[in-house]
Ligand binder design. Structure first.
Ligand SMILES: [Zn+2]
Length: 309
């Protein structure tokens, strides 16, 4: 690192890399690890640090203050505002909670089991994240209600009020903070992003030229990055079978919306069949520019979960 920094000619690219790497790490790692830490446990001891508290220690105090900040004395520009933005996404915009919600909506096509949250969890979340219950309480009650075999899975259940999200072409996590959703054209094609920095990452940081300098070795963000596109138009049961997420009896799903093991409670392919998956990006690209503008405005308004009785 010291060798690289000593040549000012490298600074432009180091700054670019630090910026997009910080944001990608935040968008991807906080989504996955945050969900596991906060929702994959039954330990609701209030003295236990929340993921936001851990983040402050690990990312803010450690990664940012002891690694990124000292680089400034070598003349490297550090994007302090990006760190503040990521922190806001964690504590003000409920990034981790929205990711856990999304993961649970998609339970039939995941390779894990996610259990409903209970009153004990609600109390802990509200203690650690004031206002949590107002936004997520009803959702998790719905999740429990619809976790029983024979119900219409939450992914396709119209009563809940959940609106399936677009996916970010850059970090590949869905665009869950609706107000930050954006789109742009790259090489003549329309893409959707979870945030302005993810848009910049694809369009600017990973282009073949960066601020007038050829950067041919950058990745191309190409291929089938949007998962939904792989199964666009498929029945969800066929998609699950194609993924190989079926037990050796040929019908019981590997994923289940609960942690029970009794056969009578296990969802099978027949319990989810009859619903089609769709690619949000494909649908978005089919819109006219005027329709797209309306769709973006609507998307940014978000959705409201219906009360669960
Ligand atoms: Zn993103």
């Amino acid at each position: 690192m010291a060798l690289l920094i000593n040549d000012p000619d490298n600074h432009q690219l180091i700054e670019r890399d630090l910026k997009y790497a910080f944001w990608q790490n935040h968008a991807i790692v906080d989504a996955a690890v945050g969900t596991i830490v906060e929702y994959g446990t039954t330990d609701r001891d209030k003295n236990k640090e929340s993921y936001a508290e851990l983040w402050h220690r690990w990312i803010y105090e450690d990664y940012y203050r002891t690694y990124m900040l000292p680089l400034e004395k070598y003349g490297i520009k550090i994007h302090h505002d990006d760190v503040a933005l990521a922190w806001d996404r964690m504590v003000k915009k409920n990034y981790v909670h929205k990711t856990a919600q999304f993961f649970s909506v998609g339970w039939p096509v995941a390779f894990w089991r996610q259990e409903a949250q209970t009153d004990k969890d609600f109390e802990w979340f509200e203690f650690k994240y004031p206002g949590w219950y107002a936004e997520f309480g009803d959702y998790w009650r719905w999740y429990e209600k619809l976790s029983h075999k024979g119900e219409t899975s939450i992914l396709f259940n119209q009563d809940v009020g959940y609106a399936y999200p677009h996916r970010c072409w850059s970090c590949m996590v869905p665009c869950l903070i609706r107000e930050d959703f954006c789109c742009d054209e790259v090489d003549g094609k329309m893409y959707t992003y979870c945030s302005e920095i993810c848009r910049w990452t694809h369009k600017v940081a990973f282009s073949a030229e960066y601020e007038g300098r050829p950067t041919p070795a950058m990745g191309r963000f190409s291929g089938r990055r949007e998962w939904e596109e792989c199964y666009d138009g498929w029945d969800v049961a066929d998609a699950i079978a194609d993924l190989g997420f079926v037990r050796s009896d040929g019908k019981t799903l590997v994923p289940q919306p609960h942690l029970h093991f009794e056969d009578s409670k296990m969802w099978t392919l027949d319990d989810v069949r009859g619903h089609k998956l769709g690619s949000p990006l494909k649908a978005f690209r089919a819109l006219t520019p005027e329709q797209r503008e309306v769709a973006v405005t609507e998307y940014r308004k978000g959705f409201k979960i219906n009360p669960c009785n």
